[in-house]
Design a protein around this ligand. Structure first.
Ligand code: IVH
Length: 689
């Protein structure tokens, strides 16, 4: 088929787009689109070029890598630093394997499987065992000289010494990935955010905070002042050899790893060698499932042929080796349009801004909303309706707006202003109390708060009433069938049948679920009441000490505050809650409905944290804030709110508190991530380094 003018034009546009995004990524460290979106553009171009080979040009981005942008001294790679072709799913991996097998005439193959570290490729050159140069990949042929910055990375050997007295080659180029660990990234982000808070207080504009560890690593690597790079705690994994002169002959990739390990290079411990594609597929799927247990980000798996003679036989295309492939995971970060910022009202009146997004698929689910946490966060991130924003959803974690893509901000956009009044029909004025980051609606009759209190009561962590979700609560509230949590127990089948979508069976099921909830354990009932700051851990301690709701109601605040982890503030809140007339009416409704006030269920978790204080900061993946503390107290441990010399470990989640982190570092307290926390809960011991 002849090539149409339109197609030629489309190819030109695609190439220009790819070149632009390449430059933004490699040259400016300021990508405007996600890796996945970039890959899609490239894939589109490659598809057209493979259909119409006459359109292929030597300078097409499909044929070259990187943008060639240079601000540091140029370094010509003696052995080019090629990129890798991608497999977007297992069938593409299978096809690659079959192609390789065919190319080798069907001989058996061994596959070296490694994590695809989400950092920056680097080539480090040693002459007679001394580090003489370190260069970025650049366009694959010419990179940038970042030697001074690389010298600041502690895990990179500056001089080579063989542990087994092997001969040191006269020239050795070691290739690998520079990356920033999650802990180092969180520290940098916290530091940048507090700098920005200061800037805002001084009336200055906040500065961009790196969106992810990769961008942070790129920014740190490109610092003109190595002293700044030195503060960034960059790390390095070696994964390939470049030019080598005067070394032993290597026959396998595994052997090169042994050699590099012997010389003191960090080799990722997850790397394995397998003998079949099904084993490669299993490795990929395990890595994707467990990717968030690592203290660094990965975006896929790299599969390489282990046998170096087989590599030689297969060779390279113009872009990449035929003997390796990058298996990409589903993207966790994407750009999308922030359509609007709205405010939702929680059960305690907290007003939480959230982003309404043009839907995007992330980690396998469609994301159209994301929390913006509070007023300060919107100000700090400076996201505005109309902005293109980076959205991230890592695994099961709640989706997050990372920040705006400033280069794509529409002209005349203005900072978003937090509304002055509640969004409910009562329109009460929002308040922000001194020292609190939250903005609140303090009108007790606010219908949004009322509905949220009922939703919370029915939720899994509380009375676990199956079938009583948000939608049903809103419908019940619209019909004025429920005004508080006590009213749930006087709902009738006739009432439920008046709701849209309810029939005899679904109505009976819901009534049964409500009835079953009457015998929930006391801690669940206590959590369901929605007393501010009374989470599952404190509720469990309360229930253990007092045995029944009536005993708690008649306890004095002094008696309550004696309980571990409760303190005066929560004790007073509990007393005040039960003293409120409207709450007494709820208790009365519970009593006449036959809700159990004294069901005690003892925790079955192993008591392996007795006597240990474990502090939690930030949101730990897989746990709510209170859930993480509960997991600790449930195992006999304590979970105080601050770090001291007595602290056994500090668990660091997303958005950790800077002061806790700094204090733990100062005192030499063990700092562990989500994976380490799981291990601690299981074994009662700190994870091995
Ligand atoms: S091997 C010729 N191994 O992925 C082989 N690359 O998309 C060159 N990367 O430029 C690369 N982890 O920046 C290799 N274990 C790994 C890797 C890895 C991350 C990066 C590297 C490369 C890009 C290719």
């Amino acid at each position: 088929m002849p090539v149409s003018k339109d197609l030629k034009k489309n190819v030109m546009i695609l190439r220009a787009q790819i070149a632009h995004h390449n430059e933004m990524y490699h040259g400016q460290d300021s990508p405007e689109i996600s890796d996945a979106e970039f890959d899609l553009l490239l894939l589109k171009l490659k598809e057209i070029e493979s259909k119409y080979p006459e359109l292929v040009e030597e300078l097409s981005p499909s044929q070259i890598i990187g943008s060639g942008f240079t601000t540091f001294d140029p370094v010509t790679h003696r052995v080019p630093m090629t990129s890798l072709d991608n497999a977007m799913d297992m069938s593409e991996l299978q096809q690659w394997g079959e192609r390789a097998s065919k190319g080798l005439g069907g001989v058996p193959m061994k596959f070296a499987c490694e994590l695809k570290i989400d950092g920056l490729a680097l080539s480090i050159r040693y002459e007679n065992g001394v580090l003489v140069q370190a260069a970025t990949r650049g366009d694959g042929k010419i990179g940038e000289d970042v030697t001074a910055n690389i010298r600041t990375i502690s895990v990179v050997p500056k001089e080579l010494k063989s542990k087994s007295n092997k001969k040191i080659p006269s020239v050795l180029e070691v290739r690998g990935e520079v990356y920033m660990s999650m802990v180092a990234f969180e520290k940098l982000r916290v530091a940048k955010q507090s700098e920005n808070e200061k800037r805002i207080a001084e009336g200055k504009k906040p500065e961009a905070v790196p969106a992810n560890p990769r961008n942070a690593a790129a920014g740190s690597l490109r610092q003109k002042n190595p002293a700044v790079t030195a503060t960034r705690e960059l790390s390095f994994w070696a994964y390939q050899l470049g030019e080598v002169v005067g070394a032993q002959t290597f026959i396998s990739h595994a052997q090169t790893f042994e050699f590099l390990r012997d010389l003191g290079f960090p080799i990722n411990p997850q790397a394995i060698t397998v003998s079949s594609l099904p084993e490669v597929i299993e490795f990929c799927s395990n890595c994707e499932t467990n990717r968030h247990k690592l203290d660094y980000e990965i975006d896929g798996v790299v599969v390489k042929l282990d046998d170096l003679a087989q590599r030689e036989q297969l060779g390279f295309t113009s872009r990449a080796p035929r003997w390796a492939i990058a298996v990409k995971f589903a993207p966790e970060e994407r750009n999308t349009i922030l359509k609007n910022i709205s405010v939702s009202i929680g059960r305690t009146g907290r007003a939480t801004p959230f982003a309404e997004l043009e839907p995007v698929v992330l980690s396998g689910s469609t994301v159209s909303m994301a929390t913006l946490h509070n007023r300060e966060q919107v100000q700090l991130k400076d996201v505005r309706p109309g902005d293109t924003v980076v959205v991230r959803k890592a695994g099961d974690v709640i989706p997050e707006v990372v920040g705006p893509v400033l280069a794509l901000r529409p002209k005349n956009s203005k900072p978003w202003k937090f509304p002055a009044t509640c969004v409910c029909e009562l329109k009460s004025t929002f308040v922000q109390l001194e020292g609190e980051s939250d903005t609140r609606c303090v009108e007790p009759e606010c219908p949004f708060q009322r509905d949220q209190r009922i939703i919370h009561f029915a939720s899994r962590g509380a009375m676990d009433i199956e079938g009583l979700g948000e939608k049903t609560v809103f419908a019940l509230s619209d019909k004025n069938f429920v005004a508080d949590i006590g009213d749930l127990y006087s709902l009738t089948i006739e009432m439920l049948l008046q709701l849209d979508g309810f029939a005899e069976l679904s109505a009976t099921n819901l009534l049964t679920a409500i009835n079953n909830s009457k015998s929930r354990p006391l801690p669940k009932l206590l959590v369901g009441l929605g007393i501010k700051n009374l989470g599952p851990a404190a509720a469990e301690s309360l229930a253990r000490r007092f045995d029944s709701l009536d005993a708690i109601i008649s306890a004095k605040p002094e008696q309550l505050s004696e309980i571990d982890g409760l303190g005066d503030v929560i004790a007073n809140k509990i007393t005040a809650w039960f003293a409120d007339e409207s709450h007494q009416a709820i208790i009365k409704k519970f009593r006449s409905a036959g809700v159990e006030f004294g069901n005690l269920v003892v925790s079955s978790a192993p008591q392996n944290l007795v006597g240990k204080a474990v502090v939690v900061t930030g949101t730990v993946e897989g746990f709510s804030r209170e859930g993480a503390q509960h997991a600790i107290t449930n195992r006999g441990g304590k979970s105080p709110g601050s770090v001291s010399a007595k602290t056994f470990a500090l668990v660091v989640g997303a958005e950790p508190g800077a002061s806790k982190l700094m204090k733990a570092e100062q005192l030499g307290i063990a700092i562990i991530d989500a994976a380490g926390f799981l291990e601690l809960l299981e074994t009662g011991k700190l994870p091995k380094k």
